[in-house]
Ligand binder design. Structure first.
Ligand code: AG3
Length: 281
């Protein structure tokens, strides 16, 4: 009997295949196609519209870098807003910082939250048990346009710029985010894999730059977001200064938080950009 495989079909002209040992769920949510499968290398995997979103094995490389780089660099974050991020792995990583008072998350698709809660408890059960965590089901772009609250940190943990996530790469959305930041606030965005998504990377960071006056990015490597580095946009009034926080200070701020990808050295190294990425900015 031949093995069953599923392909990620996000990028035109290339595809990555995953052996499917078991399909846990595959259905349309009304917003997007949601698949949950088991793979011998990556464990449980969630795909949305054919693009891998999260896997048990490599989520740390993404969630740790999206959470701890801004939190350790800023040092005084009390209120965090997460847009998207329905698997809630990012919220759990953020909540490891004991000084945080409140994490508000706005996710558009209730099925993503419900299935992630059932199938990825190792990466989100602590978030759901944390009284500082509040999850709202709704349109994140609408939320930032309407809320009167301010946040020290806004994390945009989106899908790719197609389907329900497209609005989260626009200048209007980033302007609304900038308007909700506290003084010294920081915005971090999922900005794609520059090698394979060059146009979207340039367009997204360009919009972030126009909306905030200054945007750059830092890098992580997530095996299932294949194609090399993934870029995380870095902007907001506190971003430029926070980028230079000394390694000793970063280490103090992360005391007691165990990590597998983040370290003070990796944190600083992440801001070093290969010329093909730096020149595209
Ligand atoms: N957020 C990032 C999705 C990127 C998908 N891209 C890809 N497969 N190349 C996913 C949510 C993680 N909390």
């Amino acid at each position: 009997m031949s093995a069953r495989w599923t392909d990620e079909t996000l990028h035109e002209g290339v595809r990555m295949g995953f052996e499917v040992r078991r399909t846990l769920h595959a259905a349309d949510t009304g917003q997007q196609r949601l698949e949950l499968v088991e793979n011998p290398v990556f464990g449980t995997m969630m795909l949305l519209d054919g693009a891998v979103q999260v896997t048990s094995a490599d989520e740390f490389a993404y969630h740790e870098m999206m959470a701890h780089v801004p939190l350790a660099a800023h040092g005084g974050v009390r209120r965090v807003l997460i847009i998207g991020g329905g698997d809630c792995g990012l919220a759990e990583e953020v909540l490891k910082h004991r000084d945080l008072e409140r994490v508000v998350q706005v996710e558009i698709d209730p099925d993503v939250v419900a299935f992630a809660r059932d199938h990825f408890p190792e990466l989100n059960a602590a978030a759901f048990a944390d009284p500082r965590f509040e999850i709202k089901i709704g349109d994140g772009a609408k939320f930032v346009a309407e809320t009167q609250d301010h946040f020290d940190l806004i994390l945009v943990d989106s899908t790719d710029p197609a389907g329900p996530g497209a609005v989260l790469f626009t200048e209007t959305f980033y302007r609304d985010c900038a308007g909700r930041l506290a003084p010294n606030g920081i915005i971090v965005t999922q900005s794609g894999v520059p090698f394979l998504q060059g146009d979207a990377f340039v367009a997204g960071l360009g919009a972030l730059h126009r909306a905030t006056g200054d945007a750059s990015c830092y890098l992580t490597v997530v095996p299932t977001y294949f194609g090399g580095h993934m870029a995380l946009g870095w902007a907001g009034p506190g971003a430029a200064a926070a980028r230079h926080t000394a390694e000793t200070v970063l280490a103090e701020r992360m005391a007691g938080i165990a990590t597998r990808y983040w370290s003070p050295a990796m944190h600083h190294a992440a801001f070093a950009l290969p010329p093909f990425i730096a020149e595209a900015l």
